[in-house]
Design a protein around this ligand. Sequence first.
Ligand code: PGA
Length: 244
Amino acid sequence: MGGPRIQVVEDTDALSRAGADLLAGSIAAIPGARVVVATGHTPMATYAELAERRRSGLFDPAAMSVLQLDEYLGLEPGDRRSLYGWMQRSFLGPMGIAEDRVARLPVEGDLDAACAGFDQMIDSRGGLDLAILGLGLNGHLGFNEPPADRSAPTRVVDLSPVTIAANARYWGSVGAVPTKAVTIGMRQLLSARAIVMVVSGEGKRAIVHRSLEGSVGPDVPASFLQVVDSGVTVIVDRAAWGEG
Ligand code: PGA
């Protein structure tokens, strides 16, 4: 357990190339890889780069399967602002991944039972091979809002004011952002064989250092990345990391 490998890159272009290199290599190395795919702003250029490589025949995602990381609750089916819709436009479509190779998080019915079933499904298939994650301003992974223990299961969560404020840009106003969501839990994410976290921009500087160098505990869920057995790589641009 050597702790996360931290790869500091100059800018967002370099981040997308480094992210695409790492993801393409990791996915190619495990036929049928089970991959958690984050939405959010940061990984978008990396996905675009991967899609470009696919078009050029340099990357073949045909065998991978995808798990949804998180989703808002309370949306109408087909709402374009759902995170599933975003994942479809940014990743599944460009990678040519059919819906039957995607595990969608439950959003209706008995959610506690369905979330437990989702974890059982992951366990029964041997766990996650790769988790592609962003970093929340409050240190969340997926929607594992602080405090979130390392054993937290897949579950329904209340979004924190910080997350709601950060996501208001997609909804027009703070008041329009859903307040409840479902997220893959910490236990599954931290048990993934490999974790790639992408972090960009000066606004993330304090939280990225706190997550990777501060004390480890539920108040900063991403701090658990310091102590997992998985291979963790954090690709962070200079704006987020600073000169240090
Ligand atoms: P961002 O989101 O990539 O849009 O900054 C990261 C996150 O909240 O996990």
